[in-house]
Ligand binder design. Structure first.
Ligand SMILES: C[S@@+](CC[C@H](N)C(=O)[O-])C[C@H]1O[C@@H](n2cnc3c(N)ncnc32)[C@H](O)[C@@H]1O
Length: 198
């Protein structure tokens, strides 16, 4: 079977890893939300053998993630679990001291992003880290022409999706007891936001 593949994942996985290596240096169990093709999971789990990487996504994506894990076996990756942020999360207790999600917040509508943060509030353990990768707007402005064009493309596909405001994300995180630790500028006008539960 041909594996699902994203060129942007290939391009961004190394710059993201460089930030995660520090942000998740003391973490042991990471929950990834919206694992997509599984490319990030395989790369990050291999390069950070000190932690266990739990993949998840909405049901239709699980097969493609499983296929990638089959072709790139790594002991410290968990088989994907069905997790839709707006439904009941398949997590029993709060043993995740890290949560990661890439390129999902601009796909979600605003209610889903609120649901994402309410789940993070329930399932990220004390002192855990949250890392969110993707494009964000600042002071209501796009950070680049290409992000403005990307927004138009997103809205044509789904008028409820779109690039979210950095300030709103910080507020949602703060309401769940998370404080922004760092905001990294990554290639292609993307950011990596690192929050910590205090
Ligand atoms: C553009 S893809 C990004 C996939 C991968 N993380 C990457 O960076 O290539 C968006 C991801 O967000 C996930 N997603 C969208 N809405 C979601 C929801 N309500 N609950 C969980 N995941 C969701 C999709 O299933 C998909 O995996």
């Amino acid at each position: 079977m041909q594996l699902a593949f994203s060129q942007s994942c290939e391009n961004n996985k190394q710059p993201i890893l460089e930030v995660l290596s520090t942000a998740f240096a003391k973490s042991t169990h990471i929950l990834e939300i919206g694992s997509g093709t599984g490319q990030h999971a395989v790369h990050f789990a291999r390069e950070m053998p000190h932690l266990f990487w739990q993949t998840s996504d909405q049901q239709p994506y699980l097969e493609q993630i499983s296929q990638r894990l089959l072709q790139y076996p790594t002991a410290n990756i968990g088989q994907p679990v069905a997790l839709d942020v707006s439904q009941s999360w398949p997590i029993k207790n709060s043993h995740f001291d890290g949560i990661f999600t890439a390129n999902s917040v601009h796909i979600m509508d605003k209610i889903m992003v609120e649901d994402l943060f309410s789940g993070i509030g329930r399932f990220l353990s004390p002192f855990g880290s949250l890392c969110i990768y993707g494009p964000f707007n600042y002071n209501g402005q796009f950070t680049s022409e290409s992000n403005a064009r990307f927004e138009q493309w997103l809205k044509q596909r789904n008028p409820h999706s779109g690039i979210k405001d950095f300030e709103w994300i910080v507020e949602l995180a703060f309401n769940q007891g998370l404080k922004l630790q760092s905001d990294h500028s990554l290639p292609a006008n993307n950011r990596l936001l690192h929050f910590k539960r205090e």
